[in-house]
Design a protein around this ligand. Structure first.
Ligand code: PMV
Length: 356
């Protein structure tokens, strides 16, 4: 193991959640994906995390969410720290104080694992650099993405802004199952660099089946091989669509991926669904408005009942009005979170409060 300094140090990072258009579903080894996935980072849905180290013979951590101790998260963080231990020698001789807050409500049904695990991974990567004897202190995004993956697979993609690819894909030889790669600006049409995403909070309740359990059901899934093949083809197609700026093809692919994900859940053994009647009603209304009124809208979904409405930034005004009339009544407490493609993580200065 490389040498490390026993010092007190602090790192603070803000990191976004992301939405996958080609979905990661199913894994092996230490959170290695069955298939490649492509996502974009969000701008408004972010986690801010500060990690302070102090030398100690009894390494460990204490975690606070929004200023209050949250024992419910301790097991997840402990598992994560065990997984990353061999990459971060300073963990052997330091105690960590971890403070975190989310800009979006914790139990809103928005996955906070991508933003929270990537924010934590970025802090730990910076601390690793501060504690090591090397001169180099620039952020090592490959290490941050590798560590984030070990916390939550989809978090690997959140260490970058814009569009990101994670998972080995033959068309890109730098791609890896271990970490994500940012897609270059030249690979994405400007329309998709400013894509808008409004998140319809259909049912903010706790998920009946966790993503971890859902991934595990892919191990013996009858459609496993076909799914891997479908995701590989959709990765190739989406890369071409993003470059060409083709909205119709984009909506068709995003919806096919979202419904395939939910189809895999329904055809698992045991079978389950996370769809809510209002999720289906929203899908119906979105498709009807596109077909009958030519509205440039489509949707994606995560492993939950919420609908992510996707549309071009320049149609924002018209679509917001339609959304209020047609989709808002389908949301719990009429809640919609408006978001868009974001620029990615940023380091916070030591005097920036976490909840600013
Ligand atoms: O990162 P996890 O283990 O919570 O898995 C997330 C999987 C999906 O959100 C459903 C798809 C994806 O690629 O983000």
């Amino acid at each position: 193991m490389t040498k490390h300094k026993q010092i007190s140090a602090t790192a603070s990072w803000e990191s976004p959640s992301n939405l996958a258009i080609v979905k990661y579903w199913g894994k092996h080894g230490l959170q290695e994906p069955l298939n490649p996935s492509i996502s974009f980072s969000l701008a408004a849905a972010v986690t801010r995390t500060r990690v302070s180290t102090r030398p100690s013979d009894q390494p460990g951590f204490s975690f606070r969410l929004n200023g209050a101790e949250k024992a419910g998260f301790n097991e997840k963080i402990a598992t994560f720290l065990e997984r990353v231990h061999s990459h971060l020698p300073f963990l052997q001789h330091h105690f960590l104080q971890i403070d975190s807050c989310n800009t979006f409500p914790h139990s809103s049904g928005i996955a906070s694992s991508a933003s929270s695990m990537s924010a934590l991974a970025l802090c730990l990567t910076q601390l690793h650099l501060l504690h090591s004897d090397k001169e180099e202190t620039a952020m090592d995004s490959v290490l941050a993405s590798t560590l984030a993956r070990m916390g939550s697979g989809s978090a690997a993609r959140s260490v970058y802004g814009g569009w990101t690819l994670w998972g080995r894909y033959p068309g890109k030889k730098e791609s890896s199952d271990m970490y994500a790669l940012p897609l270059e600006e030249a690979e994405i049409d400007p329309d998709f660099r400013s894509l808008h995403n409004s998140i319809l909070l259909i049912d903010p309740g706790q998920k009946a089946v966790s993503s971890t359990a859902g991934h595990a059901l892919m191990n013996h899934h009858p459609y496993r091989e076909a799914r891997v093949e479908q995701a590989q083809k959709n990765t190739e197609r989406l890369l071409a669509i993003l470059k060409a700026g083709e909205w119709d093809d984009f909506f068709e692919l995003a919806e096919n991926e979202a419904l395939s994900l939910h189809g895999l859940m329904m055809s698992s053994t045991p079978s389950y669904t996370l769809l809510h009647p209002n999720s289906l009603e929203a899908i119906h209304r979105i498709r009807r408005a596109r077909r009958e009124h030519g509205l440039p809208i489509g949707f994606s979904m995560d492993a939950g009942p919420n609908i992510h409405l996707l549309y071009p930034a320049h149609e924002n005004k018209k679509i917001r009005t339609w959304m209020q009339e047609e989709l808002q009544p389908l949301c719990a407490d009429k809640a919609i979170l408006h978001d868009q493609v974001g620029t990615g993580p940023r380091a916070l200065t030591s005097n920036q409060a976490l909840d600013e």
